[in-house]
Design a protein. Structure first.
Length: 128
């Protein structure tokens, strides 16, 4: 590999998860664009943005974009996972301690009960 090639790849951030997102978005719009022609325009925009992002020299800014994307991605998946758990479990009621935020569960149908948190020993009342 020539010396200039090494310098080129050291100056550019490369492919991260945010770039993968834009690549998958491009593939989706390009595939759907075969059936509905106006979707080729967003496919082209996604491809141009992906290429500009991959060839950018501002590594710090690209890393910040990737970190924001990962935080949003994790928050969305955490929300979906929590909804699935709450809907799937009909026997228990899930809640968080108002003092420390520790997750807890109690059996459903007990009415108004007093609970002591295991991690911070706070006492509070709730309905199950």
């Amino acid at each position: 590999m020539a010396r200039s090639d090494k310098n080129f790849w050291q100056r550019h951030p490369g492919f991260d998860l945010y770039s993968l997102f834009w690549f998958l978005l491009f593939l989706l719009f390009a595939a759907l664009g075969r059936f509905f022609l106006p979707l080729l325009i967003p496919a082209a925009v996604a491809l141009v943005y992906l290429l500009l992002r991959l060839l950018s020299r501002n590594q710090e800014k690209r890393q910040m974009e990737n970190a924001r994307f990962l935080a949003l991605f994790q928050a969305v998946f955490r929300w979906f996972r929590r909804r699935r758990t709450l809907q799937a479990d009909k026997e228990y009621y899930y809640f968080k301690c108002p003092t420390c935020g520790q997750s807890m569960r109690v059996p459903r149908g007990l009415g108004k009960i007093e609970i002591t948190c295991r991690s911070c020993s706070a006492r509070f009342e709730t309905r199950s």
